[in-house]
Design a binder for this molecule. Structure first.
Ligand SMILES: [Zn+2]
Length: 301
């Protein structure tokens, strides 16, 4: 029940899904207890902590920004680090966007497994939901309820015959994430591609890094899961909730959500200090060592 970092540094290269810019991502160990921090080596080594405070935009991807420098599409690498139990790491980027690789979190899980995990002296704490919170917007909703462990129930609906409705529930452990969620790729509709490119999005998108759904078929052929799209939404939610900076005890229930709803709930949560508590490591008898009040806990928000 101690915090972790990576044993060694390791790199991967690829193209940003939206920018189309080739970028190398390097994961480095971090020993300072500052959580997950992005560093733009091509922009004066400016560091942007993975925190709700730095969310700048949630339009088709989650973008962080600090002092005019951005990191785009942070969710797939953050989901992998969260689910693999990496509390502290530096994510160096040679460009503005995390490489999409194959559009899922699987390449990042492999990278973390190759680097290995090292324990740090400081104890790991958990953010435990103690009161439900909800956000409703038109026909969309997101709720979080008290629970042991991190659970997500997600439903999606689109005006499309191949993706009219999908629902999936996942209990996020490292092994469940690795086998059931991490391989799920990002997806989009062929009918939207031209419009997205006109507004500067999906420039690096291709059948190599996204499921592309035409009117009557999936252009990629076989899917990795029958309901791969809703599993990818769960992956995105994990990546966005990783901005909390701690493992979460709670059950998130989402209907027709996206990065905007995910980060809005996280920001609501941090404004409601009566809705959560920070709990310390569990003793062998199952009793928590310590319970901090949010006001006294050093939350990176
Ligand atoms: Zn995604």
């Amino acid at each position: 029940m101690r915090q972790t970092t990576l044993k060694r540094q390791i790199s991967i290269s690829g193209m940003g899904l939206h920018s189309g810019i080739p970028t190398t991502l390097t994961l480095l160990p971090s020993y300072n207890g500052k959580g997950i921090v992005f560093r733009r080596t091509d922009a004066g080594n400016i560091e942007i902590p993975a925190s709700p405070r730095y969310v700048q935009s949630t339009n088709y991807a989650t973008r962080l920004a600090r002092n005019g420098v951005v990191v785009e599409t942070v969710e797939h690498i953050l989901a992998a680090l969260y689910a693999c139990g990496v509390d502290n790491a530096i994510i160096e980027l040679t460009g503005p966007e995390v490489p999409s690789v194959d559009g899922s979190s699987e390449p990042f899980v492999t990278l973390i497994e190759e680097a290995g995990l090292a324990e740090l002296p400081s104890p790991r704490t958990t953010l435990r939901i103690i009161k439900p919170l909800s956000i409703l917007e038109d026909d969309k909703s997101i709720h979080i309820y008290p629970a042991r462990g991190f659970h997500i129930t997600y439903t999606i609906e689109f005006n499309h015959p191949l993706l009219a409705f999908q629902k999936h529930t996942a209990h996020i452990t490292r092994s469940q994430f690795t086998t059931e969620i991490a391989p799920a790729r990002t997806f989009g509709f062929l009918r939207d591609v031209e419009a997205l490119r006109k507004i500067g999005l999906a420039k690096g998108g291709s059948l190599a890094n996204a499921i592309v759904i035409a009117e009557d078929r999936v252009l990629n052929g076989d899917l990795r899961f029958e309901n791969e799209c809703v599993r990818h939404k769960i992956l995105d939610l994990i990546g966005d909730f990783a901005l909390a900076g701690k493992p979460i005890d709670g059950h998130v229930v989402v209907h027709k959500g996206g990065h905007h709803m995910h980060t809005a709930l996280l920001q609501l949560l941090f404004s409601r200090k009566d809705a959560y508590e920070i709990v310390g490591p569990v003793r062998p008898d199952g009793v928590f060592h310590e319970v901090f009040t949010p006001a006294s806990a050093a939350l990176a928000t």
